[in-house]
Design a protein around this ligand. Structure first.
Ligand SMILES: Nc1ccn([C@@H]2O[C@H](COP(=O)(O)O)[C@@H](O)[C@H]2O)c(=O)n1
Ligand SMILES: C[C@@]1(CO)OP(=O)(O)OP(=O)(O)OC[C@H]1O
Length: 162
């Protein structure tokens, strides 16, 4: 399976409500001292969900909910790294590979700046990309949406031979 295009662009988003008693995991990194975490069927890693959706959208392969329904008991508490690994497998089947990713994480609290390199390193390992190809922006909602985490992700995919 492949397409004639040498490059394809993908875009994904995810948002989760923040609730007490939940861990906040972003890009595979548990965020220390987070007062609230993502309320979700899986582990709620909105970064990995947005990146996986961006990869799928770049190849017009739908979205993660089609592959990992939130109605399936076996997906409860799912490690989102498994969603990303499955998605990367589909990308490889289509003979593409990610070239770079660019993300915007909107979260009022906690501040994430001190964790930028931890999150970039984790994403770089999960995506098999150099850290220089993982762009991370953090934004507050300026108090407009204090009860949720939102992530937007773009990815460039390049066709690979064989
Ligand atoms: N969770 C967050 C949100 C933002 N930051 C950093 O704060 C700076 C100001 O953000 P604004 O939304 O007010 O523009 C900016 O440098 C962000 O990187 C953060 O570290 N963690
Ligand atoms: C990941 C899945 C599956 O566990 O559930 P959630 O963790 O709720 O996440 P979401 O981004 O809302 O949608 C995809 C789901 O199918």
């Amino acid at each position: 399976m492949t397409s004639p295009l040498p490059y394809r662009v993908g875009y994904g988003e995810d948002a989760h409500r923040l609730g007490e008693g939940r861990a906040l995991i972003l890009g595979g990194v548990p965020i220390p001292h987070a007062e609230r975490g993502a309320v979700a069927h899986s582990d709620g890693d909105a970064v990995l969900h947005a990146v996986a959706d961006a990869l799928l959208s770049g190849l017009a392969l739908g979205d993660i909910g089609q592959y990992f329904p939130d109605t399936a008991a076996e997906n409860a508490g799912l490690d989102s790294a498994r969603i990303l690994a499955h998605t990367l497998g589909l990308v490889r089947e289509w003979q593409y590979a990610p070239v770079n990713v660019a993300l915007v994480v909107t979260l009022d609290r906690p501040k994430l700046g001190a964790l930028r390199s931890d999150i970039a390193r984790s994403l770089s390992a999960l995506l098999n990309l150099p850290e220089t190809e993982v762009g991370l922006s953090f934004k507050t909602s300026e108090g407009l949406a204090p009860d949720h985490v939102q992530v937007r992700a773009t990815v460039l995919l390049a066709r690979v031979e064989g």
